[in-house]
Design a protein around this ligand. Structure first.
Ligand code: ADP
Length: 501
Protein backbone atom coordinates (compact mmCIF):
# COMPACT_ATOMS: atom_id res chain seq x y z
CA UNK A 1 0.00 0.00 0.00
CA UNK A 2 1.19 3.52 -0.71
CA UNK A 3 1.85 5.90 2.13
CA UNK A 4 -1.41 7.64 1.32
CA UNK A 5 -3.37 5.03 3.19
CA UNK A 6 -3.82 3.95 6.78
CA UNK A 7 -4.52 0.62 8.50
CA UNK A 8 -7.45 1.04 10.86
CA UNK A 9 -9.27 -1.09 13.38
CA UNK A 10 -12.82 0.10 14.07
CA UNK A 11 -14.54 -0.14 17.47
CA UNK A 12 -16.48 -3.18 16.18
CA UNK A 13 -13.20 -5.02 15.57
CA UNK A 14 -13.22 -4.66 11.76
CA UNK A 15 -9.74 -4.05 10.33
CA UNK A 16 -9.25 -2.47 6.94
CA UNK A 17 -6.96 -0.26 4.95
CA UNK A 18 -8.28 3.18 4.01
CA UNK A 19 -6.82 5.47 1.32
CA UNK A 20 -6.26 9.00 2.65
CA UNK A 21 -5.35 10.93 -0.52
CA UNK A 22 -7.31 12.98 -3.01
CA UNK A 23 -8.69 10.69 -5.72
CA UNK A 24 -7.80 12.32 -9.05
CA UNK A 25 -7.34 10.44 -12.35
CA UNK A 26 -7.85 7.10 -10.56
CA UNK A 27 -4.85 7.77 -8.26
CA UNK A 28 -4.68 8.84 -4.63
CA UNK A 29 -2.51 11.95 -4.37
CA UNK A 30 -1.34 14.40 -1.74
CA UNK A 31 -2.85 17.82 -1.27
CA UNK A 32 -0.75 20.53 -2.94
CA UNK A 33 -1.19 22.80 0.10
CA UNK A 34 -0.46 20.18 2.76
CA UNK A 35 -3.86 20.91 4.28
CA UNK A 36 -5.51 17.96 6.05
CA UNK A 37 -8.73 17.01 7.82
CA UNK A 38 -8.73 14.98 11.02
CA UNK A 39 -11.82 12.89 11.45
CA UNK A 40 -13.33 12.57 14.92
CA UNK A 41 -15.50 9.74 16.23
CA UNK A 42 -18.55 11.64 17.52
CA UNK A 43 -19.44 8.81 19.92
CA UNK A 44 -16.28 9.23 22.04
CA UNK A 45 -14.59 12.36 20.65
CA UNK A 46 -11.41 10.43 19.74
CA UNK A 47 -9.47 10.97 16.51
CA UNK A 48 -9.89 8.31 13.83
CA UNK A 49 -7.32 9.40 11.24
CA UNK A 50 -6.15 12.31 9.11
CA UNK A 51 -6.78 12.66 5.38
CA UNK A 52 -5.68 15.04 2.64
CA UNK A 53 -7.74 18.19 2.02
CA UNK A 54 -7.92 19.74 -1.45
CA UNK A 55 -6.78 23.27 -2.22
CA UNK A 56 -8.10 25.35 -5.13
CA UNK A 57 -5.10 24.10 -7.13
CA UNK A 58 -6.09 20.49 -6.45
CA UNK A 59 -9.62 21.31 -7.60
CA UNK A 60 -8.09 22.65 -10.83
CA UNK A 61 -6.26 19.34 -11.31
CA UNK A 62 -9.41 17.33 -10.63
CA UNK A 63 -11.40 19.45 -13.09
CA UNK A 64 -8.66 19.04 -15.71
CA UNK A 65 -8.78 15.28 -15.19
CA UNK A 66 -12.56 15.31 -15.53
CA UNK A 67 -12.36 17.42 -18.71
CA UNK A 68 -9.78 15.13 -20.31
CA UNK A 69 -11.88 12.09 -19.41
CA UNK A 70 -14.99 13.74 -20.82
CA UNK A 71 -13.22 14.28 -24.15
CA UNK A 72 -11.52 10.89 -24.17
CA UNK A 73 -13.05 8.30 -26.52
CA UNK A 74 -12.79 5.63 -23.79
CA UNK A 75 -15.65 7.41 -22.02
CA UNK A 76 -17.17 9.63 -24.67
CA UNK A 77 -17.66 6.79 -27.12
CA UNK A 78 -18.41 4.10 -24.57
CA UNK A 79 -21.73 2.48 -25.49
CA UNK A 80 -24.40 3.51 -22.99
CA UNK A 81 -24.99 -0.17 -22.20
CA UNK A 82 -21.37 -0.45 -21.06
CA UNK A 83 -21.79 2.59 -18.78
CA UNK A 84 -24.73 0.75 -17.25
CA UNK A 85 -22.64 -2.40 -16.84
CA UNK A 86 -19.97 -0.39 -15.00
CA UNK A 87 -22.57 1.11 -12.66
CA UNK A 88 -24.03 -2.32 -12.06
CA UNK A 89 -20.58 -3.73 -11.30
CA UNK A 90 -19.93 -0.87 -8.87
CA UNK A 91 -23.19 -1.71 -7.07
CA UNK A 92 -22.08 -5.34 -6.75
CA UNK A 93 -18.65 -4.35 -5.42
CA UNK A 94 -20.30 -2.06 -2.87
CA UNK A 95 -22.53 -4.95 -1.86
CA UNK A 96 -19.45 -7.12 -1.36
CA UNK A 97 -17.83 -4.44 0.83
CA UNK A 98 -21.03 -3.22 2.48
CA UNK A 99 -20.09 -4.19 6.03
CA UNK A 100 -16.78 -2.28 5.85
CA UNK A 101 -18.42 0.75 4.25
CA UNK A 102 -21.13 0.72 6.94
CA UNK A 103 -18.45 0.39 9.62
CA UNK A 104 -16.67 3.47 8.27
CA UNK A 105 -19.93 5.42 8.03
CA UNK A 106 -20.89 4.59 11.62
CA UNK A 107 -17.45 5.36 13.00
CA UNK A 108 -17.15 8.69 11.19
CA UNK A 109 -20.76 9.91 11.34
CA UNK A 110 -22.11 8.27 14.50
CA UNK A 111 -25.24 6.70 12.98
CA UNK A 112 -26.15 3.24 14.28
CA UNK A 113 -24.37 0.46 12.41
CA UNK A 114 -27.63 -1.42 11.81
CA UNK A 115 -28.99 1.69 10.08
CA UNK A 116 -25.80 2.33 8.11
CA UNK A 117 -25.81 -1.24 6.81
CA UNK A 118 -29.52 -1.98 6.34
CA UNK A 119 -30.69 1.46 5.23
CA UNK A 120 -27.82 3.62 3.93
CA UNK A 121 -25.80 0.91 2.18
CA UNK A 122 -28.93 -0.83 0.90
CA UNK A 123 -29.99 2.49 -0.62
CA UNK A 124 -26.56 3.14 -2.15
CA UNK A 125 -26.61 -0.25 -3.87
CA UNK A 126 -30.19 0.28 -5.04
CA UNK A 127 -29.41 3.74 -6.46
CA UNK A 128 -26.46 2.50 -8.53
CA UNK A 129 -28.47 -0.50 -9.82
CA UNK A 130 -31.44 1.72 -10.63
CA UNK A 131 -29.35 4.20 -12.64
CA UNK A 132 -27.35 1.35 -14.23
CA UNK A 133 -30.63 0.28 -15.81
CA UNK A 134 -31.34 3.77 -17.11
CA UNK A 135 -27.99 4.29 -18.86
CA UNK A 136 -29.10 2.83 -22.21
CA UNK A 137 -32.71 3.93 -22.01
CA UNK A 138 -32.09 7.64 -22.38
CA UNK A 139 -32.95 8.98 -25.77
CA UNK A 140 -34.38 11.95 -27.54
CA UNK A 141 -37.57 12.30 -29.56
CA UNK A 142 -38.50 12.79 -33.17
CA UNK A 143 -40.87 15.71 -33.46
CA UNK A 144 -43.31 15.96 -36.37
CA UNK A 145 -43.18 19.48 -37.84
CA UNK A 146 -43.58 20.10 -41.59
CA UNK A 147 -43.20 17.81 -44.58
CA UNK A 148 -39.97 19.59 -45.54
CA UNK A 149 -38.33 19.20 -42.20
CA UNK A 150 -37.12 16.46 -39.93
CA UNK A 151 -36.63 17.48 -36.29
CA UNK A 152 -35.27 15.41 -33.48
CA UNK A 153 -33.65 15.83 -30.07
CA UNK A 154 -30.48 14.33 -28.64
CA UNK A 155 -30.08 13.76 -24.91
CA UNK A 156 -26.48 14.58 -24.11
CA UNK A 157 -24.44 14.80 -20.91
CA UNK A 158 -23.99 18.23 -19.34
CA UNK A 159 -20.22 17.85 -19.06
CA UNK A 160 -18.12 18.29 -15.93
CA UNK A 161 -20.31 18.00 -12.84
CA UNK A 162 -19.19 19.48 -9.53
CA UNK A 163 -20.98 17.76 -6.67
CA UNK A 164 -20.87 18.98 -3.07
CA UNK A 165 -22.37 16.66 -0.49
CA UNK A 166 -23.22 16.89 3.22
CA UNK A 167 -22.31 14.78 6.26
CA UNK A 168 -25.68 13.31 7.29
CA UNK A 169 -25.76 10.56 4.63
CA UNK A 170 -22.29 10.68 3.07
CA UNK A 171 -22.45 7.55 0.92
CA UNK A 172 -26.12 7.84 0.05
CA UNK A 173 -25.68 11.46 -1.04
CA UNK A 174 -22.66 10.45 -3.12
CA UNK A 175 -24.75 7.71 -4.78
CA UNK A 176 -27.69 10.05 -5.47
CA UNK A 177 -25.32 12.34 -7.34
CA UNK A 178 -22.90 9.89 -8.97
CA UNK A 179 -25.53 7.43 -10.21
CA UNK A 180 -27.47 9.72 -12.57
CA UNK A 181 -24.39 11.76 -13.54
CA UNK A 182 -22.52 8.66 -14.73
CA UNK A 183 -25.57 7.04 -16.31
CA UNK A 184 -25.86 10.14 -18.51
CA UNK A 185 -22.17 10.05 -19.50
CA UNK A 186 -20.88 13.03 -17.51
CA UNK A 187 -17.62 13.18 -15.59
CA UNK A 188 -17.50 14.25 -11.98
CA UNK A 189 -15.58 16.10 -9.28
CA UNK A 190 -17.31 15.29 -6.01
CA UNK A 191 -16.44 16.74 -2.59
CA UNK A 192 -17.45 15.19 0.72
CA UNK A 193 -18.19 17.22 3.85
CA UNK A 194 -15.26 17.90 6.15
CA UNK A 195 -17.15 16.31 9.08
CA UNK A 196 -17.31 12.91 7.33
CA UNK A 197 -14.38 12.49 4.94
CA UNK A 198 -13.77 8.75 5.25
CA UNK A 199 -16.37 6.65 3.46
CA UNK A 200 -15.91 8.26 0.02
CA UNK A 201 -12.24 7.29 0.15
CA UNK A 202 -13.13 3.63 0.39
CA UNK A 203 -15.76 4.14 -2.30
CA UNK A 204 -13.11 5.75 -4.52
CA UNK A 205 -11.04 2.59 -4.33
CA UNK A 206 -14.07 0.54 -5.43
CA UNK A 207 -14.68 2.94 -8.32
CA UNK A 208 -11.14 2.32 -9.53
CA UNK A 209 -11.55 -1.43 -9.09
CA UNK A 210 -14.80 -1.31 -11.09
CA UNK A 211 -12.86 -0.10 -14.10
CA UNK A 212 -14.18 3.42 -14.72
CA UNK A 213 -11.67 5.15 -17.04
CA UNK A 214 -9.28 7.52 -15.30
CA UNK A 215 -10.67 10.97 -14.57
CA UNK A 216 -14.33 10.00 -14.92
CA UNK A 217 -14.85 10.16 -11.16
CA UNK A 218 -12.64 12.40 -9.04
CA UNK A 219 -13.34 12.40 -5.31
CA UNK A 220 -12.00 15.07 -3.02
CA UNK A 221 -12.05 15.86 0.62
CA UNK A 222 -11.69 19.49 1.52
CA UNK A 223 -13.18 22.40 3.37
CA UNK A 224 -16.25 24.12 2.05
CA UNK A 225 -14.86 27.61 1.88
CA UNK A 226 -11.74 26.45 -0.03
CA UNK A 227 -12.35 23.27 -2.06
CA UNK A 228 -16.14 23.67 -2.17
CA UNK A 229 -15.95 27.28 -3.28
CA UNK A 230 -13.28 26.41 -5.87
CA UNK A 231 -15.61 23.82 -7.43
CA UNK A 232 -18.67 26.08 -7.36
CA UNK A 233 -16.84 29.01 -8.96
CA UNK A 234 -14.70 27.04 -11.43
CA UNK A 235 -14.99 28.30 -15.01
CA UNK A 236 -14.64 24.81 -16.51
CA UNK A 237 -17.27 23.11 -14.35
CA UNK A 238 -20.55 22.89 -16.28
CA UNK A 239 -22.91 21.89 -13.52
CA UNK A 240 -23.06 22.17 -9.77
CA UNK A 241 -25.17 19.88 -7.60
CA UNK A 242 -25.26 20.71 -3.92
CA UNK A 243 -26.92 19.29 -0.84
CA UNK A 244 -26.52 21.26 2.38
CA UNK A 245 -27.73 24.32 4.21
CA UNK A 246 -29.90 26.99 2.62
CA UNK A 247 -27.38 29.73 3.44
CA UNK A 248 -24.52 27.91 1.66
CA UNK A 249 -26.91 26.99 -1.17
CA UNK A 250 -27.41 30.71 -1.79
CA UNK A 251 -23.62 31.24 -1.81
CA UNK A 252 -23.26 28.39 -4.30
CA UNK A 253 -25.85 30.01 -6.59
CA UNK A 254 -23.85 33.22 -6.63
CA UNK A 255 -20.59 31.40 -7.34
CA UNK A 256 -22.22 29.25 -10.02
CA UNK A 257 -23.29 32.42 -11.80
CA UNK A 258 -19.72 33.12 -12.98
CA UNK A 259 -20.19 30.82 -15.95
CA UNK A 260 -23.94 30.25 -15.58
CA UNK A 261 -23.63 26.65 -14.42
CA UNK A 262 -26.51 24.28 -14.63
CA UNK A 263 -27.58 23.99 -11.00
CA UNK A 264 -29.35 21.58 -8.64
CA UNK A 265 -29.76 22.48 -4.99
CA UNK A 266 -31.23 20.51 -2.13
CA UNK A 267 -31.17 22.64 0.98
CA UNK A 268 -32.85 23.00 4.36
CA UNK A 269 -36.30 22.23 5.67
CA UNK A 270 -38.69 22.67 8.55
CA UNK A 271 -41.13 20.03 7.48
CA UNK A 272 -44.61 19.96 9.04
CA UNK A 273 -46.45 16.80 10.05
CA UNK A 274 -50.18 17.40 10.42
CA UNK A 275 -52.26 15.14 12.65
CA UNK A 276 -56.02 15.52 12.11
CA UNK A 277 -58.54 14.50 14.75
CA UNK A 278 -59.56 11.36 12.81
CA UNK A 279 -55.98 10.05 12.42
CA UNK A 280 -54.73 6.72 13.71
CA UNK A 281 -52.88 8.36 16.61
CA UNK A 282 -50.66 5.37 17.36
CA UNK A 283 -49.40 5.24 13.81
CA UNK A 284 -49.09 9.02 13.62
CA UNK A 285 -46.91 9.02 16.74
CA UNK A 286 -44.72 6.18 15.43
CA UNK A 287 -44.15 7.85 12.07
CA UNK A 288 -43.61 11.21 13.75
CA UNK A 289 -40.95 9.61 15.94
CA UNK A 290 -39.20 8.09 12.92
CA UNK A 291 -39.53 11.35 11.00
CA UNK A 292 -37.75 13.49 13.56
CA UNK A 293 -35.65 11.16 15.72
CA UNK A 294 -34.25 9.07 12.82
CA UNK A 295 -30.57 9.82 12.13
CA UNK A 296 -30.58 11.83 15.39
CA UNK A 297 -32.79 14.39 13.66
CA UNK A 298 -30.10 15.10 11.06
CA UNK A 299 -32.39 14.70 8.06
CA UNK A 300 -33.22 17.56 5.72
CA UNK A 301 -36.82 16.33 5.50
CA UNK A 302 -37.10 15.73 9.26
CA UNK A 303 -40.73 16.33 10.23
CA UNK A 304 -39.67 18.78 12.90
CA UNK A 305 -42.95 20.69 13.31
CA UNK A 306 -45.93 18.66 14.44
CA UNK A 307 -49.26 20.40 13.96
CA UNK A 308 -51.91 18.49 15.84
CA UNK A 309 -55.64 19.06 16.14
CA UNK A 310 -56.36 20.53 19.59
CA UNK A 311 -58.86 17.78 20.44
CA UNK A 312 -56.14 15.10 20.22
CA UNK A 313 -53.07 17.19 21.10
CA UNK A 314 -52.75 15.94 24.67
CA UNK A 315 -53.20 12.26 23.87
CA UNK A 316 -50.85 12.52 20.87
CA UNK A 317 -48.15 14.10 23.06
CA UNK A 318 -48.43 11.24 25.56
CA UNK A 319 -48.13 8.66 22.77
CA UNK A 320 -45.07 10.37 21.30
CA UNK A 321 -43.44 10.51 24.74
CA UNK A 322 -44.18 6.82 25.29
CA UNK A 323 -42.63 5.87 21.96
CA UNK A 324 -39.52 7.89 22.72
CA UNK A 325 -39.18 6.19 26.09
CA UNK A 326 -39.79 2.71 24.72
CA UNK A 327 -37.86 2.86 21.42
CA UNK A 328 -35.22 5.61 21.44
CA UNK A 329 -32.10 3.81 22.64
CA UNK A 330 -29.12 6.14 22.74
CA UNK A 331 -25.56 4.90 23.04
CA UNK A 332 -22.70 3.16 21.26
CA UNK A 333 -23.62 3.22 17.55
CA UNK A 334 -22.04 -0.21 17.11
CA UNK A 335 -24.40 -1.73 19.69
CA UNK A 336 -27.13 -3.53 17.68
CA UNK A 337 -29.81 -2.21 20.06
CA UNK A 338 -28.87 1.46 19.64
CA UNK A 339 -31.41 3.44 17.63
CA UNK A 340 -29.91 6.92 18.07
CA UNK A 341 -26.23 7.80 17.93
CA UNK A 342 -24.51 11.12 18.65
CA UNK A 343 -24.82 14.32 16.64
CA UNK A 344 -22.11 14.36 13.97
CA UNK A 345 -19.79 16.94 15.55
CA UNK A 346 -19.20 19.18 18.52
CA UNK A 347 -20.33 22.19 16.50
CA UNK A 348 -23.64 20.54 15.58
CA UNK A 349 -24.10 19.31 19.16
CA UNK A 350 -23.61 22.81 20.54
CA UNK A 351 -25.86 24.30 17.90
CA UNK A 352 -28.73 21.94 18.75
CA UNK A 353 -28.30 22.57 22.50
CA UNK A 354 -28.33 26.33 21.88
CA UNK A 355 -31.67 25.99 20.05
CA UNK A 356 -33.05 24.03 22.99
CA UNK A 357 -31.89 26.83 25.28
CA UNK A 358 -33.46 29.45 23.00
CA UNK A 359 -36.75 27.53 23.07
CA UNK A 360 -36.71 27.56 26.87
CA UNK A 361 -35.96 31.29 26.92
CA UNK A 362 -38.74 32.01 24.41
CA UNK A 363 -41.24 30.35 26.76
CA UNK A 364 -41.90 26.99 25.10
CA UNK A 365 -42.38 23.97 27.38
CA UNK A 366 -40.13 20.91 27.25
CA UNK A 367 -42.11 17.78 28.06
CA UNK A 368 -39.32 15.29 27.26
CA UNK A 369 -35.54 15.60 26.93
CA UNK A 370 -33.92 18.98 26.54
CA UNK A 371 -30.44 17.95 27.73
CA UNK A 372 -27.33 16.06 26.65
CA UNK A 373 -28.21 12.38 27.03
CA UNK A 374 -27.30 11.41 30.61
CA UNK A 375 -27.15 7.69 29.80
CA UNK A 376 -24.14 8.17 27.52
CA UNK A 377 -21.70 9.01 30.31
CA UNK A 378 -20.68 12.53 29.30
CA UNK A 379 -18.51 11.43 26.31
CA UNK A 380 -19.71 11.96 22.77
CA UNK A 381 -22.22 14.34 21.26
CA UNK A 382 -25.46 12.69 22.42
CA UNK A 383 -28.68 14.68 22.90
CA UNK A 384 -31.88 13.30 24.41
CA UNK A 385 -34.92 13.26 22.12
CA UNK A 386 -36.71 16.49 22.94
CA UNK A 387 -40.34 17.54 22.59
CA UNK A 388 -41.42 21.18 22.89
CA UNK A 389 -45.05 22.16 23.40
CA UNK A 390 -46.54 25.66 23.72
CA UNK A 391 -44.63 26.86 20.70
CA UNK A 392 -45.62 29.85 18.60
CA UNK A 393 -44.80 30.73 14.98
CA UNK A 394 -42.83 33.74 16.22
CA UNK A 395 -40.28 31.54 18.02
CA UNK A 396 -36.90 30.71 16.47
CA UNK A 397 -37.35 27.02 17.26
CA UNK A 398 -40.57 27.13 15.22
CA UNK A 399 -39.04 28.79 12.15
CA UNK A 400 -35.43 27.60 11.96
CA UNK A 401 -33.98 24.25 11.01
CA UNK A 402 -32.48 22.73 14.19
CA UNK A 403 -31.11 19.56 12.56
CA UNK A 404 -31.26 17.54 15.76
CA UNK A 405 -33.62 15.29 17.76
CA UNK A 406 -35.88 18.20 18.66
CA UNK A 407 -39.53 18.46 17.68
CA UNK A 408 -42.01 21.23 18.33
CA UNK A 409 -45.74 20.69 18.56
CA UNK A 410 -48.45 23.27 17.92
CA UNK A 411 -52.24 22.80 18.13
CA UNK A 412 -54.71 23.86 15.41
CA UNK A 413 -58.49 24.00 15.11
CA UNK A 414 -59.37 23.80 11.42
CA UNK A 415 -57.99 22.39 8.17
CA UNK A 416 -57.39 25.90 6.85
CA UNK A 417 -55.48 26.86 9.96
CA UNK A 418 -53.38 23.67 9.71
CA UNK A 419 -52.48 24.53 6.11
CA UNK A 420 -51.72 28.14 6.96
CA UNK A 421 -49.39 27.07 9.79
CA UNK A 422 -47.81 24.32 7.65
CA UNK A 423 -47.06 26.72 4.79
CA UNK A 424 -45.94 29.59 7.03
CA UNK A 425 -42.25 28.90 6.42
CA UNK A 426 -39.53 29.90 3.99
CA UNK A 427 -38.83 26.19 3.45
CA UNK A 428 -40.69 23.68 1.27
CA UNK A 429 -39.03 20.28 1.38
CA UNK A 430 -41.34 17.69 2.95
CA UNK A 431 -44.66 17.46 4.74
CA UNK A 432 -46.83 14.72 6.17
CA UNK A 433 -50.55 14.46 6.76
CA UNK A 434 -52.31 11.95 9.00
CA UNK A 435 -56.02 11.44 8.46
CA UNK A 436 -58.41 8.59 7.62
CA UNK A 437 -60.43 10.91 5.37
CA UNK A 438 -59.36 10.14 1.79
CA UNK A 439 -60.76 13.36 0.35
CA UNK A 440 -59.06 15.50 2.96
CA UNK A 441 -55.75 13.67 2.49
CA UNK A 442 -55.58 14.54 -1.22
CA UNK A 443 -57.03 18.03 -0.77
CA UNK A 444 -54.39 18.87 1.83
CA UNK A 445 -51.58 17.17 -0.15
CA UNK A 446 -52.36 19.39 -3.12
CA UNK A 447 -52.20 22.57 -1.01
CA UNK A 448 -49.03 21.84 0.96
CA UNK A 449 -46.17 23.94 -0.42
CA UNK A 450 -43.50 21.22 -0.41
CA UNK A 451 -41.65 19.02 -2.90
CA UNK A 452 -42.80 15.83 -1.15
CA UNK A 453 -45.95 14.98 0.81
CA UNK A 454 -46.39 11.80 2.83
CA UNK A 455 -49.93 10.62 3.48
CA UNK A 456 -50.03 8.58 6.71
CA UNK A 457 -46.25 8.15 6.81
CA UNK A 458 -43.13 10.26 7.14
CA UNK A 459 -39.68 10.22 5.54
CA UNK A 460 -40.56 7.21 3.48
CA UNK A 461 -38.38 7.74 0.40
CA UNK A 462 -37.88 5.63 -2.68
CA UNK A 463 -35.11 5.72 -5.25
CA UNK A 464 -37.69 5.64 -8.08
CA UNK A 465 -39.57 8.69 -6.81
CA UNK A 466 -38.26 12.24 -7.38
CA UNK A 467 -37.01 14.17 -4.38
CA UNK A 468 -36.43 17.90 -3.92
CA UNK A 469 -37.81 21.14 -2.61
CA UNK A 470 -39.75 24.27 -3.44
CA UNK A 471 -39.28 27.75 -1.94
CA UNK A 472 -35.92 27.97 -0.14
CA UNK A 473 -35.53 24.19 0.06
CA UNK A 474 -33.97 23.89 -3.34
CA UNK A 475 -34.03 23.83 -7.10
CA UNK A 476 -34.47 20.74 -9.28
CA UNK A 477 -35.08 17.11 -8.42
CA UNK A 478 -32.92 14.11 -7.65
CA UNK A 479 -33.78 10.41 -7.91
CA UNK A 480 -36.21 8.72 -10.27
CA UNK A 481 -36.41 9.61 -13.93
CA UNK A 482 -36.50 13.32 -12.99
CA UNK A 483 -33.00 12.92 -11.55
CA UNK A 484 -31.66 12.19 -15.03
CA UNK A 485 -32.94 15.49 -16.42
CA UNK A 486 -30.61 17.28 -14.03
CA UNK A 487 -27.63 15.55 -15.63
CA UNK A 488 -28.50 15.77 -19.31
CA UNK A 489 -29.20 18.48 -21.82
CA UNK A 490 -31.50 18.34 -24.80
CA UNK A 491 -30.12 19.32 -28.17
CA UNK A 492 -32.63 20.07 -30.92
CA UNK A 493 -31.64 19.15 -34.46
CA UNK A 494 -33.56 20.66 -37.41
CA UNK A 495 -32.89 18.85 -40.69
CA UNK A 496 -33.95 20.55 -43.90
CA UNK A 497 -35.50 17.98 -46.22
CA UNK A 498 -35.84 20.22 -49.23
CA UNK A 499 -37.01 23.69 -48.26
CA UNK A 500 -35.29 26.01 -50.77
CA UNK A 501 -34.76 29.73 -50.36
P1 ADP B 1 -23.93 22.11 7.35
O1 ADP B 1 -24.25 23.48 7.85
O2 ADP B 1 -25.00 21.13 7.60
O3 ADP B 1 -22.56 21.61 7.72
P2 ADP B 1 -23.11 23.12 4.83
O4 ADP B 1 -24.08 23.70 3.87
O5 ADP B 1 -22.21 24.05 5.55
O6 ADP B 1 -23.94 22.22 5.78
O7 ADP B 1 -22.19 22.05 4.10
C1 ADP B 1 -22.63 21.17 3.09
C2 ADP B 1 -21.51 20.98 2.10
O8 ADP B 1 -21.19 22.25 1.54
C3 ADP B 1 -20.19 20.46 2.68
O9 ADP B 1 -19.56 19.60 1.74
C4 ADP B 1 -19.38 21.72 2.87
O10 ADP B 1 -17.98 21.50 2.84
C5 ADP B 1 -19.81 22.54 1.67
N1 ADP B 1 -19.61 23.98 1.84
C6 ADP B 1 -19.66 24.70 2.98
N2 ADP B 1 -19.40 25.99 2.74
C7 ADP B 1 -19.18 26.11 1.41
C8 ADP B 1 -18.86 27.20 0.54
N3 ADP B 1 -18.73 28.44 0.99
N4 ADP B 1 -18.70 26.93 -0.78
C9 ADP B 1 -18.87 25.68 -1.26
N5 ADP B 1 -19.15 24.62 -0.49
C10 ADP B 1 -19.32 24.82 0.83
Amino acid sequence: MSKLSVDLKAPNGRSFNLPTGLFINNEFVKSSSGQTITSINPANEEEICTVEAASALDVDKAVEAARSAFNDPSWRNMPATDRGILLYKLASLIELHASILATIETWDNGKPYTVALNEDLAEVIFVFRYYAGWADKLHGDTIPTTSQKFAYTLRQPVGICGQIIPWNYPLAMAAWKLGPALACGNTVVIKAAEQTPLSILYLARLIKETGFPRGVVNMLNGYGRTAGAAIASHMDVDKIAFTGSTSIGKEIMKMAAVNMKNITLETGGKSPLIVFEDADLDQAARWAHLGIMGNAGQICTATSRILVHSSVAASFAVKLQDIIHSTSKLGDPFDPFTSQGPQVSKAQYERVLSYIEAGRREGATIITGGTPAPECGGKGFFISPTIFTNTKPTMNIYQEEIFGPVVITTPFETEDEALRLANDTTYGLGSAVFTRDLERAHRVAARLETGTVWVNSSNDGDVRVPFGGVKQSGIGRELGEEGLRAYSTVKSVHVNLGMRL
